[in-house]
Design a protein around this ligand. Structure first.
Ligand code: NCD
Length: 320
């Protein structure tokens, strides 16, 4: 079990992080929200510092949002173009990271396909490392931005007692894993919903329920049966690129897609989240994604604030 992100000097995952450390990061992010969404503002605190972004898997929101966050706190961004970098010649991720550190950057943000690689690299570098998604494992800043969007929506500091459904391709989702850890630590009861092939029953053991003030995790295979009891619903993209022959067709959309009919069965005020990118018409219909319940674009703004808070927390704590 890992210790708190702010004690390790890296942000690698939400598993094992204490409630206090999550609440305090979210408090910082909430304070930064007005700056995060404002075209011409910034704190400037880290002027002269450089944050390197190393994205070995595709990204729109996460990479640009880290870039925006770094700029908003005054730092410069050095971006590795993964497709033209020497990893394409066979250089290892660790060698790449060590070389970038040797150029004098102050922090690194990394996304890669190999689960666990950021942890391994963090054992060798002396600057803060943020995991921006490692394979099917964790995506901590996504979990935090989802928690912030929910906190803002419910106007609560924690998520105690809320029931939150996460629906879809859970087995292949690092977003689901980080959310399971983050949301339950903040007191929510999480329900993973999807077909047994994408949400195996054994996933219930991902979270040890009943820790200090923490919520529970359970698995369900019938979305219609849970719609009436939930306080928020998060739809996940079907991760086609991580599939190995599973067939996802209209049958999946009929059973697990969020269309207007299903959304109408949610209680009043229940928000709809999605981390993006959206497969419109597969896991969620455009009318719902763009409709009044949707927090999808609020999540994106929360992403900048959370990443500002994480970067500033780590940079303040590091010696460089
Ligand atoms: C997620 C990711 O890359 O894990 N997207 C994101 O970071 N906004 C989810 C996904 O790709 O489906």
């Amino acid at each position: 079990m890992q210790v708190d992100w702010n004690q390790t000097g890296h942000l690698l995952g939400l598993e094992g992080c204490s409630r206090n450390s999550l609440v305090s990061l979210l408090d910082d992010a909430a304070e930064l929200l007005p700056i995060a969404g404002n075209r011409s503002s910034g704190t400037g605190e880290f002027s002269g510092r450089t944050v390197a972004t190393l994205f070995f898997e595709n990204s729109t929101r996460t990479k640009l949002s880290f870039t925006m966050a770094a700029r908003r706190i005054g730092a410069e961004v050095l971006d590795l173009n993964a497709s033209t970098s020497s990893t394409a010649k066979g250089e290892s991720l660790l060698d790449t990271a060590m070389n970038i550190q040797a150029m004098g950057v102050d922090a690194m943000v990394m996304r890669c396909a190999a689960s666990g690689a950021p942890r391994l690299i963090s054992e060798h570098v002396s600057i803060p490392l943020i995991n921006a998604g490692d394979g099917r494992h964790e995506h901590p800043t996504q979990g935090l931005l989802d928690a912030l969007a929910l906190r803002e929506h419910f106007q609560k500091k924690t998520l105690d007692g809320l029931t939150i459904a996460i629906v879809g391709d859970i087995a292949n989702s690092r977003v689901a894993r980080s959310n399971a850890h983050g949301l339950t630590t903040l007191g929510a009861n999480v329900v993973f919903v999807g077909p047994p092939s994408l949400v195996p029953d054994r996933m219930e053991s991902l979270v040890v329920s009943g820790r200090d003030g923490s919520g529970t995790l359970r698995v369900e295979h019938d979305l219609d049966a849970v719609l009436h009891e939930i306080d928020a619903i998060m739809m996940l993209r079907v991760q086609f690129e991580r599939h190995d022959g599973e067939v996802i067709d209209e049958h999946y959309t009929r059973q697990f897609g969020l269309d207007l009919n299903r959304a109408a069965q949610l209680r009043e005020g229940v928000p709809v989240l999605h981390p993006g990118p959206i497969n419109r018409g597969i896991e969620i219909d455009p009318e719902v994604a763009d409709g009044p319940r949707s927090l999808i674009l609020d999540q994106v703004t929360c992403g900048v604030a959370v990443r500002m808070a994480a970067l500033q927390g780590l940079l303040r704590g590091s010696s460089s």
